[in-house]
Ligand binder design. Sequence first.
Ligand code: ACO
Length: 209
Amino acid sequence: MSKPSLILIGAGGHARSCIDVIEQQGQFHIAGLVGLVEQKHATQLGYSVIASDDELPSLVNTYSYALITVGQIKSADQRMRLFQKVRQLGFSLPVIISPTAHVSRHASIDSGTIVMHGAIVNAGAKVGSNCIVNSRALIEHDTIVEDHCHIATGAILNGDVSLGAGSFIGSGSAIKQGVKIGARCLVGMGVTVRHDLSDFAHFMGHDKA
Ligand SMILES: CC(=O)SCCNC(=O)CCNC(=O)[C@H](O)C(C)(C)COP(=O)(O)OP(=O)(O)OC[C@H]1O[C@@H](n2cnc3c(N)ncnc32)[C@H](O)[C@@H]1OP(=O)(O)O
């Protein structure tokens, strides 16, 4: 039986990492990427940029599945806008889980989220839609990650942490168990977070933003 076709919305570095995960997972055929007008006809790892964002409405007639593959550090706006647009157009957004990741059967992951190589999502954890759980990130038991978050490479969210929508946790950062981080927060890389952070907080391990 042929695999369903998937288009990737975003044609940069994060898209290349996603391609590797999707190829290893083996459940979808990557039909191509959607990028900026100036990226059209370029290739990423052998896959063509087949269209630009403004052509998405015509693609839904041909392809049923889409994944947002734009990266996210300082703002979730672009990934949120694309996710909402793609969903309104009627695409299905699958969950993609690397075969080298471990997602507990007692955890849940919502549509359009990718769990990349070596990541762990432990029992009772809930990860929302359109999130990136990047390579070797660890989301521990009963932690809640709301929609549109990026847990960067090697970051650790210990047990019972909560992370509000649209937040970013930098590479190698560690969040103490039970800490509540608000929506649209940015935690820099290599930072330890021991106390709650309110919405829109930028935290670099000291009070300077
Ligand atoms: C596969 C992948 O690649 S996934 C991506 C993973 N990447 C990351 O996790 C990196 C995330 N980015 C960061 O942590 C960045 O430092 C950001 C986004 C927090 C800030 O970036 P910028 O706005 O460019 O600010 P900049 O790097 O100039 O830093 C501003 C100030 O904050 C300090 N600062 C920035 N990040 C940190 C940090 N993680 N810890 C301590 N201090 C920091 C800087 O030293 C600087 O201080 P100064 O003004 O006294 O010199």
